[in-house]
Design a protein around this ligand. Structure first.
Ligand SMILES: NC(=O)c1ccc[n+]([C@@H]2O[C@H](COP(=O)([O-])OP(=O)(O)OC[C@H]3O[C@@H](n4cnc5c(N)ncnc54)[C@H](O)[C@@H]3O)[C@@H](O)[C@H]2O)c1
Ligand SMILES: O=C(O)C(=O)C[C@]1(C(=O)O)C=C[C@@H](O)C=C1
Length: 368
């Protein structure tokens, strides 16, 4: 029996992760191509793909699903390459680019009407790049945007959804223009702000003498994690969502000017409201679930910086026969209290541990 063939072009974080997830499709061969030879070699070694194709043309001609997972400008060029190849009549061409309008425009422009192109964008990722960071479960429970045209046959949309089942993502159809507006707010502009905060720190005159990153606590690190993302990738994304981002700069200026003016006017109530409204909105965000990871029940407790403090806590829990599945320390600075986060297998274990620690005068709490 002939095997179906998925051809993944661009075997980095996203292409590699999708290729890994696609291995769940039985009766399917996953082939790949990447211009970087070292990436191809690694993808084969790690079993991310079954084979590496010698060129885009050779892989694409035989494929039932073509997935373009290069940087956005690379995807646009790849569409030109595909336009010059005779593809299988029922092939679906999709991509993972973080912007959709420019890619859709190019697909419309260069691919003939006989080729079914449906844009895609999985809303999960990382500041890390490359095939080594690829994970089969990266998209589990994440949204996965697809951008079919009004005239895309519904059977083709269903076929693409079928291909994407092993990602365990929540597939959502949206038009490319709305997509770019949405991700401008929830992804692209925040990346600019994160990088901007890092620049602000570096430009500060105190940085030379005091090495501010060394002093920065959890808050700065949390909000700037995504500033470690690949600049080439982000240059491409930002350039391809220019109009949306320019408008967001105007909105952002209004928000910042409001805080600055409130501060200048010593308007305490306005400043309180600024934080209060943001907190209320942020606290309502749905909790993100990660499907393959077993659920964990977390307990937080305040600890002081004294010798053997962590082993004292784990000892109290361990002696009661309660299993701890993981531990992490949040912001324990010299001579200052920090927070210990302990992960349990069940709410019962967590609640028992909590009662025990309370009896030992620890301040404990759970984050609902
Ligand atoms: N990183 C994220 O969090 C994330 C999330 C969702 C979508 N995306 C999008 O997915 C795509 C891939 O991102 P990534 O994070 O996997 O990047 P990556 O840098 O990890 O991988 C990109 C891969 O594409 C290859 N490549 C570069 N130019 C190419 C070309 N012209 N043809 C074929 N391959 C080429 C590179 O060698 C590299 O292996 C981008 O379009 C990005 O916008 C990224
Ligand atoms: O988690 C991260 O590090 C990401 O930046 C992932 C992220 C995002 O902004 O949320 C980045 C780009 C995408 O296109 C989708 C997801």
């Amino acid at each position: 029996m002939r095997k179906n063939k998925i051809f993944v072009v661009g075997l980095g974080l996203i292409g590699g992760s999708l290729a890994k997830a696609f291995h769940e499709h039985s009766n399917t061969t996953i082939t790949g191509f990447d211009p970087d030879q070292a990436t191809c070699k690694k993808a084969l070694e790690l079993g991310v793909v079954d084979t590496i194709e010698r060129s885009v043309g050779e892989g694409a001609a035989e494929a039932d699903l073509i997935l373009l997972a290069a940087p956005v400008s690379g995807i646009i060029k790849l569409l030109d390459e595909l336009a010059a190849i005779t593809l299988k009549p029922d092939v679906i061409v999709t991509d993972t680019g973080s912007t959709k309008k420019g890619i859709r425009d190019q697909a419309r422009h260069v691919l003939g009407p006989e080729v079914c192109y449906i844009g895609g964008h999985p809303m999960a990722g990382s500041h890390k790049s490359g095939v080594m960071a690829a994970k089969a479960d990266l998209f589990e429970n994440a949204f996965y945007f697809i951008t079919p045209e009004k005239n895309t046959p519904s059977e083709q949309v269903e076929r693409l959804k079928g291909w994407l089942v092993p990602t365990r993502a929540k597939v959502m159809a949206i038009d490319p223009e709305s997509h770019d507006e949405v991700v401008g707010v929830i992804s692209h502009f925040p990346h600019i702000v994160a990088a901007g905060l890092v620049h602000q720190l570096h430009l500060n005159p105190m940085n030379q003498a005091l090495d501010l990153p060394r002093l920065a606590a959890g808050g700065f690190r949390d909000i700037t994690r995504i500033a470690s993302s690949d600049p080439t990738l982000w240059q491409d994304i930002i350039m391809n969502n220019k109009a949306v981002l320019i408008k967001l700069f105007e909105d952002w200026d209004k928000v910042m000017t409001h805080v600055k003016d409130s501060l200048l006017a010593q308007d305490v109530e306005a400043i309180f409201q600024f934080f209060q409204k943001a907190k209320m909105a942020r606290d309502q965000f749905p909790i993100k679930k990660r499907g393959v990871l077993p659920p964990s029940y977390d307990l937080y407790l305040d600890i002081t910086d004294r010798p053997n403090e962590i082993s004292r806590v784990t000892g109290i829990i361990g002696q009661a026969g309660i299993t701890i599945i993981n531990i992490n320390v949040i912001e324990l600075r010299e001579n200052v209290s920090g927070v210990l986060r302990i992960f349990f297998q069940s709410d019962k274990s967590r609640d028992e541990a909590m009662a025990l620690l309370k009896a030992h005068h620890y301040n404990t709490y759970v984050d609902e």
